[in-house]
Ligand binder design. Structure first.
Ligand code: ADP
Length: 470
């Protein structure tokens, strides 16, 4: 397919101006011709009627009609004399004897009856008109004057040359107007500052405002996207730096203890056991850290998969109907040991509630909340884990503790990766700093909201509410 020629504004303006002007010329020419032709015919008729009356008066006074008529020379006017029986007795153009009886010609018969007859007949293809005026003479005969009058087409043809000249002039003027107008139309467009479209609105056309608004909103959206990208990039770099640091710490400890053992620098069996325990603890911490990093990276990938359900299933597994009360119960059983160690009592308030989701992720969510509730509790404290449907029929899980509490200004930050309110306390209790980040993303994955209710020194309650199930 041949490429479409580019549109030109000046060509468009030219054609518009030219066609409009041409249409006006045509309409005015046709209307003018009709008007002119009518006026000319009217005037010619009045003059012919006058002439007929004058000729009739002259004939009434004349001794010999034919002699008077033969002396009469009227420009472009044909004179005919008709006897009372209709015979043509004189004609200024043709031989009278060759002409047929005229008694029944409408203008002649009118003149015989009323003294005056007048008629207008189209005579040729060019639309010419014949005007006839007839007068009854005193001697009973009728004199008739006839004259040809230019018709519509003849009048039109006489106007064609000036009209064509006018069309050419209009063409030239249209070109000049088109050039100037298109330049004037384009000028405000050229002044638009695409970096600040709203500022350009004063100089722009009113019709351009929606477009400028769109450019502005797209610019803002782009800016926001750039900011998000920059933030994401910064967070990714921070995360990488943090991970490196977090991994290095236990590794350094492990390799330090291992080196001491390898170099026979451990003197007693008791010390050997102590170092072995430390290596075991640091390795456990390392495993927990790597596990949390893997879960988070899985959740990140799932978030990037967006609406692609197939990809989502590949990453997370297929969603299933999860009975929250069973899940909570199994998590709490696993936490019985740590709870006992921390001298914390676990209380369960479970009502049946179902959620469509991924068991593994929901397990991580509840496990991290409950394990935090134990670790940040006080000896003799209580952790209450409940689930069920809330007043809006939405499934929920709540983990409440009687621990140290979280200050209001920390409540958003605790969900950031590796953020800890008290670093040494978190580490001493085996925290990876990733637990609540996993809770946040697992909730996000299930379209759930997290509510934090806390009082420093008294305790904290995390409530995760899932969308009401259909
Ligand atoms: P960590 O592994 O350090 O526990 P989390 O992401 O689970 O990491 O938690 C982040 C921080 O939030 C913790 O270091 C702690 O300071 C605070 N936090 C979490 N849960 C509680 C809680 N139940 N009570 C008090 N503080 C908490």
């Amino acid at each position: 397919m041949a490429p479409r020629p580019k549109r030109s504004l000046s060509r468009r303006v030219f054609l518009t101006v030219f066609y409009v002007a041409l249409a006006v010329i045509v309409v005015f020419t046709v209307a003018g011709t009709v008007y002119l032709q009518n006026r000319l015919t009217g005037a010619a008729r009045a003059e012919l009627a006058n002439e007929t009356e004058v000729v009739a008066a002259a004939l009434d006074d004349a001794a010999s009609d034919t002699e008077l008529l033969s002396r009469l020379t009227l420009n472009q006017t044909r004179i005919t004399l008709i006897a009372p029986d209709g015979t043509v007795t004189y004609d200024s153009v043709e031989d009278a004897a060759s002409l047929p009886n005229h008694k029944n010609r409408p203008e002649v018969s009118d003149a015989f009856k009323t003294g005056h007859g007048s008629i207008e007949r189209s005579s040729s293809t060019l639309g010419e008109v014949m005007l006839y005026e007839a007068e009854l003479l005193k001697d009973g005969s009728v004199v008739r004057l006839a004259q040809q009058q230019a018709g519509f087409i003849t009048v039109f043809l006489t106007l064609i040359v000036p009209v064509l000249a006018l069309a050419v002039l209009v063409g030239v003027v249209s070109i000049i107007v088109a050039r100037r107008e298109s330049r004037a139309i384009i000028a405000p467009l050229k002044l638009v500052d695409l970096d600040h479209p709203r500022r350009s609105a004063d100089n722009a056309y009113i019709e351009m405002e929606p477009m400028l608004d769109r450019i502005e909103s797209q610019r803002q959206a782009l800016k926001a996207q750039m900011r998000t990208l920059a933030d994401n990039d910064r967070m990714r770099r921070e995360f990488t730096a943090n991970i490196t640091h977090e991994l290095k710490t236990p590794l350094t400890a492990i390799s330090g203890y291992a080196e001491l053992i390898a170099n026979d620098m451990v003197e007693t069996k008791k010390d050997l056991k102590k170092f072995g325990k430390r290596i075991y603890r640091e390795a456990g911490h390392l495993t927990a850290l790597v596990n949390d990093i893997l879960i988070l990276s899985n959740l990140d990938e799932a978030e990037h998969a967006g609406e692609d359900d197939h990809r989502m299933d590949e990453i997370m597994g297929v969603q299933e109907n999860v009975a929250l009360e069973e899940l909570v119960d199994s998590v709490c059983q696993r936490l019985e040991g740590p709870a006992e160690k921390a001298d914390v009592t676990m209380k369960l308030e479970l009502a049946p509630a179902n959620v469509n989701g991924i068991w593994r992720l929901l397990d991580e969510l509840v496990y991290n909340l409950a394990s935090n509730a134990i670790r940040y509790n006080r000896p003799g404290g209580i952790v209450t884990v409940s689930c069920g449907f809330d007043a809006d029929d939405a499934p929920f899980v709540r983990v409440a503790d009687t621990g140290i509490g979280i200050a209001p200004e920390e409540r958003d930050k605790i969900f950031e990766r590796f953020y800890r309110v008290d670093k040494s306390r978190s580490k001493a209790r085996g925290g990876t700093g990733l637990g609540l980040a996993i809770v946040k993303h697992a909730a996000l994955f299930h379209h759930a909201t997290i509510d934090v209710d806390s009082e420093l020194g008294k305790g904290t309650a995390f409530t995760v509410t899932f969308p009401a199930q259909p």
